[in-house]
Design a protein around this ligand. Structure first.
Ligand code: GCU
Length: 345
């Protein structure tokens, strides 16, 4: 066990202070200790084999049809575009309906790709709207593309609808990997849209979709910045830090998210060949930003912080950042603004 301060060669960036909105590192966390962790190079193949499953090659974008374009939404600051994209897979086509908000300015904007939980319309004015501060994102100079995550792969252990996993023969990848694959296809789509540039692209996700964002960032080096928010177990949090969700709980509730053999590590976290700080370091030298809610106990925010600490030495100065805000499991405007400020820096 090592004291974090001693261990640190270079402290991670803690989110820049926004008065009353972002806490500095909670006092108790500064005395947190790193558990014994596997060392050595980060190995994407080990993560594939053990946890997420192998992402198949293939699945290519064949068609992107513009369905609608509204100019001057958000008080004139943005254009809102809807497209239907077709992705050809070995056993059939997958169709994705995308929603883009793009700054109404001449120069191409870097794009954030981020999946939503309850549908594109809900991100504008429905239940999910508080997670999508579109006006602020546009104001920060970014375009944002979203898709309903269940259009990529149903979040169901026994899905009746067809997702991408049913369109590839004999593959053993979990749903988290399928959503990560979807983030890469979203970037393919964004690459062809006028007014968007894939340069400086960000993969961002909350909770289970934060797990997917990290796995996408690890595999697709077009993502310049990867942002996980409240991603917890099998996201940014260390398996070997006790607290919150563990492998037994996650594989029982969500067996379809991972390769079936991952459940063999339930209660045997110390036998895992990897831990999640190595997933973060696998993204280096590209940049990573981890966000936590201080009271989001199920996601083990201290475990997320310690993963950033342990990964820190693998990054250049400013290559990895962390922020914690008061409150629980949510994706808030503050989280977005901290992440975009990090990305811009
Ligand atoms: C559950 C699950 C978490 C997940 C979360 C979410 O709480 O146990 O692992 O991150 O759902 O996606 O909201």
């Amino acid at each position: 066990m090592q004291n974090v301060r001693k261990y640190l060669r270079r402290p991670p960036i803690i989110g820049a202070a926004m008065p009353n909105q972002v806490t500095s590192l909670p006092e108790a966390w500064q005395r947190a200790t790193l558990p014994d962790l596997p060392t050595g190079p980060s190995d994407i193949d080990t993560f594939s084999r053990t946890i997420y499953g192998r992402t198949p090659d293939g699945g290519h974008l064949t068609d992107v049809v513009l369905l609608s374009e509204e100019k001057g939404v958000l008080d004139g600051a943005a254009d809102r575009l809807r497209h239907r994209a077709t992705i050809a897979c070995p056993l059939g086509n997958l169709e994705l309906d995308t929603l883009i908000h793009r700054p109404a300015t001449a120069s191409p904007a870097p794009v954030v790709v981020a999946l939503n939980f309850t549908g594109n319309d809900d991100s504008i004015d429905g239940d999910e709207a508080q997670r999508w501060p579109y006006a602020k994102i546009i104001d920060a100079g970014y375009a944002v593309l979203t898709v309903d995550y269940q259009q990529i792969e149903p979040d169901d252990p026994a899905p009746t609808a067809t997702g991408v996993r049913a369109l590839f023969p004999e593959e053993t990848w979990g749903a988290v990997a399928a959503w990560a694959w979807g983030l890469s296809r979203c970037l393919d789509i964004a690459t062809g849209i006028p007014g968007l540039t894939p340069v400086g692209a960000i993969a961002l996700g909350h909770s289970r979709l934060g797990k997917a964002a990290l796995w996408a960032g690890a595999q697709d080096d077009r993502f310049a910045v990867t942002v996980s928010n409240g991603s917890g177990c099998v996201g940014a949090s260390l398996f070997r830090h006790p607290g919150g969700e563990d492998i037994a709980a996650i594989t029982k509730a969500f067996p379809h998210w991972f390769v079936p053999s991952f459940s063999a590590y339930a209660g045997a976290e110390s036998r895992l060949p990897v831990d999640q700080h190595q997933l973060l370091t696998s993204i280096a030298p590209r940049r990573v930003f981890v966000c936590s809610g201080e009271d989001d106990d199920w996601a083990d925010p201290v475990g997320e912080y310690l993963a950033v600490v342990a990964a820190g030495p693998a990054f250049e100065d400013g290559g990895i950042g962390y922020h914690v805000r008061p409150g629980g499991h949510a994706l808030t405007e503050v989280d977005w603004m901290q992440a975009l400020a990090f990305a811009r820096a």
